[in-house]
Write a protein that binds this ligand. Sequence first.
Ligand code: GDP
Ligand code: MN
Length: 350
Amino acid sequence: ILKTPIDKPKVDNLVPPPDNPNNYERANATFMILVRNKELNGALHTIQQIENNFNKKFHYPYVFLNDGKFNNGFKNRIRDAVSGECYFEKIDAQDWSQPSTIDPDRQKNSMKQLDDEGVGYAKQVSYHNMCRYYSRGFYNHPRMKQFKYYWRFEPNTDYYSDLNYDVFKFMQDNHKTYGFTISLYDVEQSVKTLWPETLDFIKAHPGYVHPNAATQWLTENLQNPHKTEMAQGYSTCHFWSNFEIADMDFYRAKPYSDWVDHLEKAGGFYYERWGDAPVHSVGVGLFEDKKKVHWFRDIGYKHHPYTNCPNGPHTRGCTIGDFTYKHLKDQNCLTNWWNFEMDDADKAMY
Ligand code: GDP
Ligand code: MN
């Protein structure tokens, strides 16, 4: 199956690039990145690839979010690099700091313990803020509220495939809520109580769980040689959220937003190191129809150290069958997604 050349999804409603992107009727969508001034070069590196492979044909806008203030050097260099409108936005201080209900002593002790257990970024408060903001903040930023779909990207990531269809309209026209390329197991120590807290929440709100939820992917981890009971029933499987294309109306609706309010009260963004990837994934996996999740097999993508590298003439610069399928395959949860959850219609697209 991995030898078959991959070009684009086999559906008959793909929207090709317009003759003139300046008067093209775009989907209600934007690129989005949380970034600091010092990451300018990394951001430009990735934007160049996004522009060359996709956006120079469509001119979608970009939203740049920051807890600090973007300087003029950053803004000017970015403006020169993008073909779409761009917006530079500051995040409200209260969305970027722990709520007053977090006990500072308990927080400090937990951060030290997690650090001793080898959890990355455990002691970096800004990282906890970032994970919390990506889990429950960004889609309600006043600028983001004007959009429905977003494509999240990160500095210094690589996009290898020349895309000749409008991916946002693909999401819209095929009724997709969430798109990803890579799925991994997570560090169990970082999500010790995410699943028990979620079970408490759904006990109180059983109607929120979708009848076609991806429960096996969320709970099955027999293939994981590092399995322990630390995540208390959660497989730790997640969509790697550093690249994702999704519909924010899903996050804004009651099930997801009530659930992340519950998570906020539980405190795990600070007493543990819950990442936005497991939060998006458990939310989408439980509260959305799994048919509405799409594996973008055709999008060559790398965030160190993992790559999704499709085999096809539109992809250049990565090695076919790279990391995702070979090395570190211990960490790969994509096969569970295929085996347990992937919709037949989605499988038939490639
Ligand atoms: P990793 O991929 O888990 O190692 O985390 P990264 O360091 O790549 O951070 C994830 C994303 O959040 C990247 O887009 C970073 O630029 C951004 N980010 C992380 N910390 C901060 C922060 O303190 N301020 C801002 N503005 N962005 C941040
Ligand atoms: Mn990163």
